[in-house]
Design a protein around this ligand. Structure first.
Ligand SMILES: [Ca+2]
Ligand SMILES: [Ca+2]
Length: 74
């Protein structure tokens, strides 16, 4: 195991519900793999925070949340 892997493990446990989890969650939640989340995908993935703030988070109002939009809101 190299240092960066170890670092990621430590970071992951500390930030499990934060940034690192978001990256994994995004890919998992993006069921159709188009690189953005629809409201339905957010709901199905159990991302209730995203779902309830969907319109506010959707900066360009295209009806989807991109990774960039999620980053802009953190
Ligand atoms: Ca999608
Ligand atoms: Ca958008």
């Amino acid at each position: 195991m190299n240092a960066s892997k170890l670092f990621k493990l430590a970071l992951g446990s500390a930030l499990l519900v934060s940034v690192s989890a978001m990256a994994a969650t995004f890919a998992e939640a993006d069921v159709n793999g188009d690189g953005k989340l629809s409201l339905e995908e957010a709901q199905k993935a159990g991302l209730s925070d995203l779902a309830s703030n969907f319109k506010a988070l959707d900066l360009d109002k295209d009806g989807f949340l991109s990774k960039a939009e999620l980053k802009a809101n953190r």
